[in-house]
Design a protein around this ligand. Structure first.
Ligand code: PEP
Ligand code: MN
Length: 695
């Protein structure tokens, strides 16, 4: 029997391994050099105004490499796969170079900080590192800052503490990450990049630990669902949730126990000096997570770079609303890549839809599609436009000339996007577009708590000027409901001319108003005066009122443009109709399409009434805008006896509704007592209104 001499083997292998190490080092040097050359090329392309990708040259290059490889005994598939990677990486480098020039800074600048959820070694941290590495450092690499949760990471970007943030958005196994979708909707950050990262979860423990002796496994929720089959196969082991994978490793490391393990990546294990106990534990072999890079401000995307745009829409609550909205993309030949739904907080069983599509938000075709969407949705927000992370692989065979559109059979031809300046461009010169009938011909109908505003009916909003007490608002709610009003009004933040007048009950009053509305099954409307109050009031009130004194408070208009509640905008007492339309445009341009207007009397030389009700504003506005138009006879008149005739005039002239003030004891009212109808007057007004028939 011959004995095998291991030391002899080792002596032979050693030098070969050294040679392999040396070659790999050279390979890396060459790859880095190739990337530098790609950068030089993109500079030359920029200077010569050339296309970023020359697909004919890429194909020819790839064919040559395949042929050369064959001569060296290398398989064509092997060579193709390697060069696809190399070319894709170089293309991404070129894109980031162009992007840095266009935006004045690189995402990869050494001074940049990137916020992520978790501690070093967490999935987000590793994804961020891969994002930065994927495109090559220019002048150092960014630094990373960890936060306990996604929300804090987003806040750090919003506040400017970090330049960027990295968030996971979807996973091939477990689907969309709901918390992140909700955060994107409710924060003021933009998506500026995406990255798909194959994160291969492994079971990790102290070196020498054995799978059969494990008692406890630490894992984050995403890993638990990704590795559910494996975890199910070791039922005797307790699963302990932790907020990120690296935290689990930290626990294992700190415990020093071979009975504990955690799920994380091999890369993260290295950071903690731990060992892989078992790899390949994910349900799907090819599992990857898509991450988004966010920033405080949007970044422009060069028109030559294939890009994606992400939006969120809140469709109308009617059959086929989503199909109609999605048809807009088809009509414009836009390719959707993702559709995800999330419930609307506060509106049970209503959904918001997140849509990703190929296209640049600055492209005229995309702009035209987004413009068309505003006509079909209640709310729209562009979350960001960013370079698509998937690089189209180089074709091995030259692509023949594309068939011309004329030669294509009609049925196969993609509908052509309107090239430029869509309808309503003339109106845009005036400072508004989305509000106009040229933009949207049909009446906008706003649905709120079972009430339809606009589109033919006549809605009465009634209630006191101010909420003063539970008893007062409850009695007003009953009176309103019993006599046919559909919406309950009540001011809680009052815009008083004098600082010594009653300023409103604030949030305590809001709770009373909401309680009163709920007790009679009516939606409520209340005024907001500051941007800080918008979100908090919108959580509870069904409709937000912007008062006459704030019609041109542009920050307030922008803030209500961001919310998912209808807004009633009152005409400023010294504002022209042009100014009303421009103010309204602010809200629509912000994303919120649910706005109705209210004529409430303007300042003239006349002193017999508080204001002069500009009754002709109603047909003028109805002609110019698709939005519902209301009248407020109370603030126009200033005295209760004039309110009824003005209310009747409003219906006769074609208003979509009125908003009136009443009070159980007008003499005791804390604001606007003289114009408050007494209950019997309100009842008479409701009867008289029924007699007015509008053709
Ligand atoms: C109100 O409706 O209570 C109010 C203050 O109205 P305006 O903003 O029209 O004065
Ligand atoms: Mn009032």
């Amino acid at each position: 029997m011959t004995t095998h001499d291991n030391s002899k083997d080792a002596a032979q292998i050693g030098p070969v391994r050294s040679e392999i190490d040396r070659l790999d080092g050279e390979l890396l040097q060459i790859l880095a050099k190739r990337r530098d050359l790609a950068r030089q090329i993109v500079e030359a392309k920029e200077a010569g105004n050339l296309a970023l990708r020359d697909t004919a040259r890429e194909t020819q290059l790839l064919k040559q490499r395949i042929a050369d490889g064959r001569d060296l005994g290398l398989d064509a598939q092997y060579v193709t796969a390697i060069f696809h990677e190399v070319i894709a990486e170089n293309v991404r480098t070129q894109h980031e170079h162009v992007q840095a020039g266009l935006n004045g800074s690189s995402i990869l600048a050494g001074s940049a900080t990137i916020a992520f959820q978790g501690i070093e070694g967490s999935f987000c941290h590793l994804a961020g590192r891969s994002f930065v590495a994927g495109t090559g450092p220019e002048g150092g690499s960014p630094s990373f800052l960890g936060f306990p949760d996604y929300q804090e990471a987003v806040r750090a970007v919003e506040s400017g503490r970090c330049d960027f943030g990295i968030l996971p958005i979807e996973n091939t196994t477990s689907g969309g990450i709901n918390d992140v979708y909700d955060l994107l909707l409710n924060s003021r950050v933009s998506i500026v990049g995406e990255e798909k990262v194959p994160l291969r979860p492994c079971l990790i423990g102290l070196p020498g630990a054995s799978l059969s002796h494990l008692e406890r496994i630490y894992a984050d929720p995403l890993s638990v669902s990704e590795c559910s089959a494996f975890l199910g196969s070791i039922p005797e082991c307790r699963i302990e949730f932790c907020s990120d994978a690296a935290l689990g490793l930290k626990r294992v490391h700190e415990s020093g126990s071979r009975l504990h393990a955690a799920i994380a990546t091999e890369e993260a294990a290295d950071l903690f000096g731990l060992a892989v106990l078992k790899g390949g534990i994910a349900n799907q072999e090819e599992s990857s997570t898509r991450f988004l890079l966010i920033a405080r401000k949007p970044r422009k995307v060069d028109a030559r770079i294939p890009s994606k745009t992400s939006i969120v829409i809140h469709t109308l609550n009617k059959p086929g609303a989503l199909v109609e909205a999605l048809a807009v993309f088809k009509e414009h030949g836009i390719n959707l890549t993702k559709l995800e739904s999330r419930p609307v907080p506060g509106n049970t069983w209503e959904e918001m839809f997140y849509v990703d599509f190929h296209g640049n938000s600055e492209d005229e075709g995309v702009k035209s599609a987004l413009g068309d969407l505003t006509k079909l949705v209640r709310f729209i927000k562009v979350l960001g436009c960013y370079p698509a992370c998937d690089v189209e692989p180089t074709a091995v065979e030259a692509q023949g000339p594309q068939p011309s559109a004329a030669a294509e059979p009609e049925a196969c031809r993609a509908p052509r996007a309107e090239p430029a300046a869509p309808k309503g461009a003339a109106a845009k010169d005036k400072g508004y577009r989305l509000v106009t009938r040229e933009h949207k011909e049909s009446d906008t109908v706003i649905q709120v708590g079972g009430v339809s505003i606009g589109g033919g009916g006549f809605v009465v909003i009634a209630g006191p000027c101010s909420v003063e007490s539970r008893e007062q608002i409850m009695s007003c709610a009953r009176e309103a409901r019993n006599h046919g009003a559909r919406i309950l009004r009540g001011g809680v933040f009052k815009p008083r001319t004098s600082p010594y007048s009653f300023q409103g009950m604030g949030y305590e009053g809001l709770d009373l108003l909401v309680e009163a509305g709920q007790s009679v099954g009516m939606p409520v409307i209340t005024e907001v005066m500051t941007t800080e109050d918008v979100e908090r009031v919108a959580e509870k009130a069904d409709i937000i009122q912007i008062g006459a004194r704030n019609m041109q408070n542009f920050s307030l208009l922008k803030a209500v443009g961001q919310i998912r509640r209808p807004v009633m905008l009152k005409r400023g007492m010294s504002s022209s109709i042009e100014e009303v339309l421009q103010a309204t445009e602010y809200i629509l341009a912000g994303g919120n399409q649910q706005v109705f207007l209210c004529e409430r009397g303007i300042r003239t030389f006349e002193t017999a009434t508080r204001g002069t009700l500009d009754i002709s504003a109603v047909p003028v506005l109805k002609k110019r805008t698709h939005l519902p138009v209301f009248v407020d006879p109370s603030h126009a008149a200033g005295v209760r006896d004039l309110v009824i005739p003005l209310a009747l005039a409003a219906k006769a002239v074609g208003a979509d509704g009125i908003i009136v003030e009443f009070h159980p004891e007008p003499e005791k009212a804390l604001s606007d007592g003289p114009q408050a109808l007494r209950f019997p007057q309100f009842e008479r007004m409701m009867e008289d209104l029924k007699k007015i028939q509008v053709p």
